[in-house]
Design a protein around this ligand. Structure first.
Ligand code: ADP
Ligand code: MG
Length: 267
């Protein structure tokens, strides 16, 4: 469904050239949930932005469902969720969720039905007329997720969507995201800095190296589904998956730290 081939990306400024991504290739199958982890600055957001067409790679190609991604042209049926929730503060929860459908010209009654169905899916029934400032951070992030899901994307790109939340709220949202994903069967590519989160959610965890990044591990998470996100963490199998990934990821964290120490030493 997502085919990434030999992508590299350099950011150029008047004084310097930063190679964020060295040479990254991998594919994501239809309906698969893939998490991307790697040290800060290794180009995770950059990669997601290129898949979403918001940015052009320096070299390489990306295709979604065999159609090449053209920078500046958002691929058909793509949903994107940013690290910071992007709900509109002056609209109610219901209007926020129905916004994309309204832009697409759907009739009001159809929108209202769909909004109600989505709210029930995310345990937010009864919150339809509330304003975003009346919600907790976790509820707002759930509304942001529903805004994206309302337009029924086939491919969902998530950039650290739960990064700012406490661990309890996070796990509740993991449970809900898996529930929704299983019902709607989308292809998901999610960036996270939380390894436990990646193992809880993903079919595969891809580890990027320190920049200029490449894929240093493509790990298949061998935990059965449906997963109980709360019980899972106590299991031996969960720990085994986390350790296998950490043995590679930990090294890259150290490599990235070493590189930044060198830079500050030179400076
Ligand atoms: N617009 C930009 N201009 C110049 N450099 C950038 C820009 N965006 C990101 N970078 C640099 O590219 C590297 C990768 O950034 P990013 O993709 O945000 O990493 P990550 O999401 O993995 O933390 C970093 O060194 C960052 O400073
Ligand atoms: Mg990022």
């Amino acid at each position: 469904m997502i085919d990434i081939q030999h992508i590299s990306k350099a950011y150029l400024s008047a004084t310097r050239e930063t190679w964020a991504i060295g040479d990254v290739s991998f594919t994501v199958r239809k309906g698969e949930f893939v998490c991307i982890v790697g040290p800060s600055g290794c180009g995770k957001s950059t990669l997601l932005n290129m898949v979403g067409s918001f940015m052009a790679p320096s070299a390489g190609s990306i295709a979604i469902d065999r159609i090449p991604v053209v920078p500046g042209t958002i691929p058909h049926r793509l949903g994107y969720i940013f690290q910071k929730d992007t709900v509109l503060p002056w609209y109610t929860v219901g209007r926020n969720i129905g916004l994309g459908l309204k832009f697409r010209g759907h009739p009001e009654q159809k929108i209202a039905e769909k909004v109600r169905r989505l709210l029930a899916l995310a345990n937010l029934s009864g919150c339809e007329d509330m304003l975003p400032h009346q919600l907790s951070g976790g509820m707002r992030q759930r509304v942001a997720l529903l805004m994206t899901l309302a337009c029924e994307p086939d491919v969902l790109l998530l950039d650290e969507p739960f990064g700012a939340l406490d661990s309890n709220t996070k796990m509740t949202l993991h449970h809900e995201l898996l529930d929704i994903w299983q019902k709607l069967s989308q292809t998901v590519m999610m960036v996270t800095h939380d390894l436990d989160e990646a193992v809880t959610l993903a079919d595969r965890v891809i580890v990027l190296s320190a920049p200029p990044s490449r894929v240093v591990l493509d790990h298949h998470v061998d935990l059965p589904r449906p997963r109980d996100v709360f019980a899972l963490r106590d299991s031996e199998a969960f720990g085994r998956n986390v350790r296998a990934i950490w043995s590679v990821l930990g090294r890259e964290f150290q490599a990235a730290q070493g590189a930044s120490r060198e830079v500050s030493h030179v400076a």
